[in-house]
Write a protein that binds this ligand. Structure first.
Ligand code: AHR
Length: 324
């Protein structure tokens, strides 16, 4: 006959095992995390590197990733987010193509209890509870850095200094920040004049088109500076300048954002004068945020990625290999 004391001890053991296994699962350490990731496209060298950083970091962290490329269409991103919600992923992360138009789908994610991480770009919303946290570059700071370089370069030049701006995708966070930060610092110096500013969608082909358009409109002698919101547009524009017999970096100063290896190479040979870094290697930080959120640990609402500037006034030959 089984004694009552043994039954009580047996029940206590079972309860202990159950409690321990629940505790482990809730800590997020054992559980396989499923992350739905919507990338906005593959428009640039930066973006290709960013996608690789995300997928490699997921593999490294043992996180199962469902990765969707929206090919620069917001509708595709919304569709991908809905498919992640239907699949009941543990966490969603995405790089929003533009800032507006996300409230409805993010409301659906919130109703389904799925936390959302914004990566690279931000959204414009009145309801900050629609996302758990954001990890991005400080695009306004990047724009300010571009302006500060010009103030330094032309400090002894009375002006006017005529600037052509090739902007990124309209209504996207980097285009807004790089436009505003640049003007913020230059507004105190009336000698700087932006004579042309148009959107080139962060693509080399559009950089070419924009520069061809600029050269039909202006005498190259009247252009002092090209401020390009990303390297790929810069590369497209440089091709056109060279075809027209104009020396990039010498006849016209060039500021480019991203700091891919090719733009650093151009800086080293004097074809670009200033490169503002935008760091695409956010993968490990995204995975860490996903792990913490699933484990119920606190995360900062906004994290900025560390970045720097490389320019002709620095030791350009000492810039380490970028790897992309
Ligand atoms: O959002 C980051 C920007 O998007 C990068 O500067 C650009 O190259 C990319 O396409």
């Amino acid at each position: 006959m089984v004694r009552p004391i043994r039954i009580v001890v047996g029940i206590l053991c079972l309860l202990t095992v159950f409690a321990c296994s629940r505790g482990r699962r809730n800590s997020g350490e054992d559980k396989l995390i499923v992350l739905g990731y919507s990338q906005l496209g593959d428009e640039s060298t930066w973006r290709t590197r960013n996608s690789l950083s995300i997928t490699e970091a997921a593999k490294e962290a043992g996180i199962k990733i469902m990765f969707e490329d929206a090919m620069q269409y917001q509708a595709n991103q919304i569709k991908a987010l809905r498919s992640f919600i239907a699949y009941k992923v543990d966490v969603i992360a995405f790089s929003p193509l533009v800032e507006t138009g996300w409230d409805t789908v993010l409301g659906e994610a919130k109703a389904a209890g799925i936390p959302v991480i914004l990566v690279d770009r931000m959204i414009h919303t009145k309801d900050e509870s629609l996302y758990a946290c954001a990890l991005s570059s400080d695009f306004t700071l990047e724009g300010r850095r571009a302006g500060e370089f010009l103030i330094k370069k032309y400090k002894n030049d009375p002006g006017p200094i005529n600037i052509v701006e090739m902007a990124g995708t309209a209504k996207s966070t980097p285009a807004i920040g790089r436009y505003e930060g640049f003007r913020e610092v230059l507004s105190a110096y009336p000698k700087f004049k932006v004579i042309f500013s148009e959107d080139g969608d962060f693509m080399a082909s559009k950089g070419r088109e924009l520069m061809q358009k600029v050269l039909t409109r202006y005498d190259p002698k009247d252009i002092d500076v090209i401020y390009s919101h990303n390297d790929d547009m810069t590369f497209g524009a440089i091709e056109v300048l060279r075809e027209a017999g104009i020396k990039p970096g010498k006849d016209i100063a060039i500021i480019s954002v991203d700091a891919t290896q090719r733009s650093i190479n151009y800086l080293k040979v004097g074809m670009i004068n200033c490169v503002i870094e935008c760091n695409p290697n956010s993968g490990p930080q995204v995975m860490e945020l996903a792990r913490k959120i699933v484990a119920g640990e606190p995360v900062s609402k906004r994290t900025y990625i560390e970045e720097t500037t490389f320019d002709e006034f620095g030791a350009v030959d000492a810039i380490p290999n970028r790897g992309y």
